[in-house]
Structure formats: structure tokens, C-alpha cells
Design a protein around this ligand. Structure first.
Ligand code: DQA
Length: 146
């Protein structure tokens, strides 16, 4: 099984970006933890980050060729991008939406997610651990055990 972990805009700055909201965990910490968590369960985890909407869409399209599922933290594009939503529905790969922060406890404009309608589910508010929950959720779903 192969999963793709995608991080969107500004998440390359994790660790120094608003640590009071996002903590001091870096993107490398997130990606390393995902790869290690996957490896422990025999899952191949690849990681991708971009600040560009088009590059994120291209990565979702490319995943169709060799991935079984997607973990997606689209950052602020979550709240704005119909194009990303369409990309997720187009490839028909099970996708779990992840947010480090609890978007529902923040500003009202963060409560709306275009991705939620096409994702298997949404995990928000658990920091780095949310990505690992997402990997477990996809793994169980793909193995037919949930
Ligand atoms: C985020 C939440 C978004 O509202 C925000 O724009 C981000 C990060 C999160 O992981 O909590 O960039 O997706």
C-alpha cells in the first residue's frame, strides 16, 4: 500500500509559523513521522508540499498512477479551492482531510471546507498526530477493516 501525504501553502514554514497556533513541529518532523508510522505498518508513505494550487492539483492527479490514498492538509486552500475539491473527486482516491489546528474553533472563515464534501473524513486539532490517525484510517479502510 502506498499513501501520499500532501501539505499545502505555508506549511513549509511549520515550526516558526504562528507557533502559538501550530506548535513548534516542523514540516520535516511531520513528514518523517508519517514515513516512520507507515513503515512500521508496511505502508509506503510519500510526501509532497507546495505553496501553489496548481502544483497541489498536479500532485493529486499524479497520485492516481501509483497511490492508494491521500492524506491532505491543503492549508488555506481548504476554505477556498473548488479546483482542489474537484481534483480529489476526479481521481477517486480515498482522501483524509487533516488540519493541525481545530479549524472549527477558529475564525468563521475556517469553518467552511470545500474538501470535506469529497473526503472520507476530516481530522482537525490533533497536531502532527492527526496525520498518523489519517494514515491509520486509510490503512484500515483500504484493508477493508473499517
Ligand atoms: C491549517 C488550517 C488552515 O485554516 C490554515 O490556513 C492553514 C493550516 C491547519 O493545519 O490547521 O494553513 O490547514
Amino acid at each position: 500500500m502506498k499513501l501520499l501525504v500532501i501539505n499545502g501553502p505555508n506549511l513549509n514554514l511549520l515550526g516558526t509559523r504562528q507557533p502559538e497556533v501550530y506548535g513548534t513541529t516542523t514540516l520535516k518532523d511531520v513528514e518523517d513521522a508519517c514515513v516512520a508510522h507507515g513503515a512500521a505498518a508496511g505502508i509506503d508513505v510519500a510526501c509532497f508540499q507546495s505553496n501553489s494550487e496548481g502544483a497541489l492539483i498536479d500532485a493529486i492527479h499524479a497520485a492516481k498512477a501509483d497511490c492508494d490514498g491521500i492524506v491532505l492538509n491543503a492549508g488555506a486552500y481548504t476554505h477556498t479551492s473548488i479546483a482542489l475539491m474537484d481534483a480529489v473527486s476526479s481521481v477517486e482516491l480515498p482522501t483524509v482531510e487533516v488540519h493541525l489546528s481545530n479549524i472549527h474553533a477558529r475564525e468563521p472563515f475556517r469553518h467552511k471546507s470545500y474538501l470535506a464534501a469529497v473526503a472520507v473524513g476530516q481530522i482537525a486539532g490533533f497536531g502532527l498526530q492527526g496525520y498518523l490517525f489519517a494514515i491509520d484510517a486509510l490503512s484500515q479502510r483500504l484493508n477493508g477493516s473499517s
